[in-house]
Design a protein around this ligand. Structure first.
Ligand SMILES: [Zn+2]
Length: 250
């Protein structure tokens, strides 16, 4: 007897909240300064080519890249997960004016093995996995700038405002966003993707619970990726939480 093949499709927008970052109005202004007043004419230049604020290093140019997170192929598993950094988008109408967002679009999907089961002592026991566990897809990391937000502008909080960043002149919004991208790549390199624990010998109920558990652990894994970037890049120096309470006080 066989159980239905369990394909788990995760939603298209699965973990794409991203982290919304603000620039500091220069000269200092109220929160949510007029994005139009800050916007420079779009003449085809990328934001990275705009002149940096005086004393600040120009924002780093975004390097597109692709690397393997995990690749494994055997009789039991078929895993191929990669991460890409894609080019920035400027004047993105889907991003709030005057802000930038660095997020990851998660294209990772899994398919759990098809199984056969037998009745043993009144219990349904998984006797055989008849197809491999598959985990595949691409995690795309991207920085998008809303209207009026540009890489050369000073970051309002977090990285770009720490003593060390200020000392060496890494104070731009573009630098801040580059830290989020680096956070995501570092997290994927340092943290192993969750594995599927379903195997022959488990009851069919236990097996089904392993499928649900994997989905939860994958969601938690990527939620943590976002959370760690918030702590590393937004909640340091002049913290984002302070900015949201007190505004641009420096
Ligand atoms: Zn940020």
């Amino acid at each position: 007897m066989s159980l239905p093949l369990c394909t788990t499709e995760l939603g298209r927008d699965w973990i794409d909240g991203g982290t919304l970052c603000r620039f500091r109005c220069n000269p200092p202004g109220p929160i949510g300064c007029d994005a139009d007043a800050e916007a420079a004419p779009m003449d085809g230049d990328t934001p990275n080519r705009k002149p940096a604020s005086r004393g600040a290093n120009p924002p780093p140019v975004t390097q597109t890249s692709r690397s393997t997170v995990k690749k494994e192929a055997s009789a039991g598993v078929d895993i191929d997960v990669a991460v890409e950094v894609v080019a920035d988008v400027v004047a993105d109408a889907t991003v709030s004016a005057g802000t930038a967002v660095t997020s990851f679009q998660n294209g990772v999907r899994f398919v759990t093995p098809a199984t056969e089961w037998v009745n043993r002592d009144g219990k349904k026991i998984v006797s055989k996995l008849t197809s491999p566990f598959s985990l595949k897809g691409i995690i795309s990391v991207q920085t998008r700038y809303g209207r009026g937000a540009m890489a050369h502008q000073p970051s309002a909080y977090g990285r770009g405002t720490t003593d060390e960043d200020t000392k060496v002149g890494n104070t731009t919004l573009g630098f801040h966003e580059s830290c989020h991208r680096a956070d995501f790549l570092a997290y994927l390199a340092a943290n192993l993707l969750p594995t599927f624990e379903g195997k022959a010998g488990k009851t069919t109920d236990e097996y089904e619970r392993s499928v649900k558990a994997l989905k939860t652990r994958l969601n938690d894994y990527f939620a943590e990726m976002e959370k760690q970037s918030d702590s590393n890049t937004d909640e340091v120096g002049y913290k984002k939480s302070e900015f949201e309470k007190f505004g641009p006080t420096h």
